[in-house]
Write a protein that binds this ligand. Structure first.
Ligand code: SAH
Ligand code: SF4
Ligand code: F3S
Length: 486
């Protein structure tokens, strides 16, 4: 992880080093000269706004991007009326993709009035050739476009965008090296995401992620442990281990290591009190992992286990490589070993060829498992994926109808499950002041449920015992019982 580097010590008059991350420090130092010149001229430092649009992994990438901008000398900004705006995009569903163009158009109008501003785009959407083509043709005001594989080159790319007239476009087809030790700026002081792997090899037939994130690569365990040890020293009490399929962690390392074994190592790190992870693919969920979770004092009582469909026929077409029975048996094992575990999921409605019978199979699993919560998605056709070529795309009105039925069921069950815990006391990590009511703070239970309690910002980052006084469906109101927990 990043150690404060004195950028002033770097000889920017020399040629850039070849080696990473030294090369990036060199470009940070060079960009910083420009930023200082800006400050001299304008009497203020320039501002930078990084907008994250995707999943947890994109959010973690955004922290890295913010860290680099920070090291260069930009002041962080929430508003897009900034001197540097960067969209870190997602393309997992079509609507995420469409929103970017609309937002970018507005930003273009703003830039007309502020010609010095810089606009940059990165993330998964940029890995698609048709997106880059459209930007190149219709959004000439964009300064910089780069992809997911060369994110670590950000400082160098900013330098190019600062010094070159033309739009800078640099998108790589294949994954580059894993570069450690770059700066980052964490959103929360007390909790942090930690990448344990990148990319995905599963090629679920509907999903674009393997195409835009490249092949699965695991980080070396010693790099992960070193990063978490430093985070712990820095006051972090909760880590979220991130990967598209954490259950296959370590399979391709020179010295293979299982995810369960990695968790055992993380458990030993002093100062870390809560461990979360996401996402688990059912096909790779091992008995060893369930055992480690059951024995652990730190791993949170929550498993996000995407179902996608309850129909074995559809699961096969989705290339998920498990069936309905296997999924149900995993849930049974999890609940037997960890009775208080919350199980959440992702479900797709309207996959090509999905019949009413298939949909009823999904409803059946939902009713049998009784998920604590579920993200439900309408199938979105992603060009380049096998499912986009499949026949019998389901009519829109049928999809909508099924989707509404599913959503109601998921919400009804989720509320019933939440009600079961009302009145009891649980440790809660207080995360932030409540956005609507400043007399409240908001925290999370080990099972990931949200609770609002009366209290001040001094509680943020602490784990306190909270009595859940009232269940409001998918969140609770509570009262602090004991402030001295930690
Ligand atoms: N790696 C994770 C999922 C990452 S994408 C896993 O395998 O569980 C997050 C969720 O988006 C998926 O679980 C899926 O439910 C949804 N999703 C992915 N592609 C989609 C598509 N083409 N249409 C609709 N939903 C999709
Ligand atoms: Fe997509 Fe499947 Fe990989 Fe998840 S496991 S990212 S759904 S291909
Ligand atoms: Fe989206 Fe990329 Fe994540 S497509 S879901 S931001 S890996």
């Amino acid at each position: 992880m990043y150690q404060e580097i004195d950028l002033d010590q770097i000889e920017v008059a020399l040629e850039p080093p070849e080696k990473e991350p030294e090369r990036e420090y060199y470009f940070m130092a060079k960009c910083r000269e420009r930023v200082r010149a800006f400050a001299q001229k304008n009497g203020r430092f320039p501002t930078a706004c990084v907008v994250n649009m995707g999943c947890q992994m994109n959010a973690r990438d955004s922290e890295k991007l913010r860290g680099i901008l920070n090291a260069i000398g930009y002041m962080p900004a929430e508003s897009e009326e900034a001197d540097f705006v960067l969209y870190n995009t997602c393309t997992v569903r079509e609507n995420a993709n469409n929103k970017v163009y609309g937002r970018l158009g507005k930003l273009g109008h703003y830039k007309k009035k502020h010609p010095g501003m810089m606009i940059a785009l990165c993330g998964c959407m940029m890995q698609e050739a048709h997106v880059v083509k459209r930007l190149r043709e219709q959004y000439r005001f964009v300064n910089l476009v780069f992809g997911t594989h060369n994110l670590y080159k950000f400082a160098e790319l900013v330098w190019r965008a600062m010094t070159e007239e033309d739009m800078v476009i640099d998108v790589w087809e294949d994954a580059g090296e894993i570069v450690e030790d770059l700066p980052l700026r964490r959103k929360y002081s007390f909790k942090s995401g930690v990448n344990i792997m990148f990319g995905c090899d599963n090629f679920c037939s509907y999903c674009i992620v393997p195409y835009v994130r490249g092949r699965e690569r695991s980080r070396e365990p010693r790099d992960i442990i070193r990063e978490i040890e430093r985070l712990a020293k820095d006051g972090v009490v909760e880590v979220m281990l991130l990967g598209q399929n954490v259950n296959s962690y370590g399979k391709n390392l020179a010295e293979p290591m299982s995810f369960a074994a990695l968790l055992r190592e993380v458990e030993k790190i002093e100062g870390i009190r809560r461990i979360r992870f996401m996402t688990s693919h059912p096909k790779d969920l091992s008995d060893e992992l369930i055992e480690v979770m059951a024995q652990s004092k730190k791993i949170c009582r929550h498993m996000h286990l995407p179902l996608q469909s309850g129909s074995s026929r559809i699961l096969k077409a989705m290339n998920r490589r498990y069936d309905k029975e296997h999924y149900l048996s995993l849930v049974e094992k999890l609940r037997a070993a960890i009775p208080d575990i919350a199980i959440t999921t992702d479900i797709i409605v309207g996959f090509p060829g999905e019949t009413r019978e298939d949909f009823f199979e999904t409803l059946d699993v939902v009713r049998r498992v009784r998920f604590d919560s579920a993200f439900t998605f309408i199938y979105s056709k992603r060009s380049g994926t096998p499912a986009a070529e499949m026949e019998h795309q389901v009519p829109e009105d049928e999809v909508k109808e099924n989707f509404d039925v599913l959503l109601k069921e998921v919400q009804r069950i989720g509320a019933e499950k939440a009600e079961e815990l009302a009145g009891r006391v649980f440790p809660v990590l207080i995360e932030q002041q409540n956005e609507q009511d400043a007399s409240l703070v908001t925290g999370r239970l080990s099972n990931n449920s949200v609770v609002h309690v009366p209290g001040g910002v001094s509680l943020v980052g602490k784990i306190v015992d909270v009595r859940l006084t009232e269940c409001k469906g998918f969140y609770y109101l509570g009262q602090i019982e004991d402030e001295n927990v930690g």
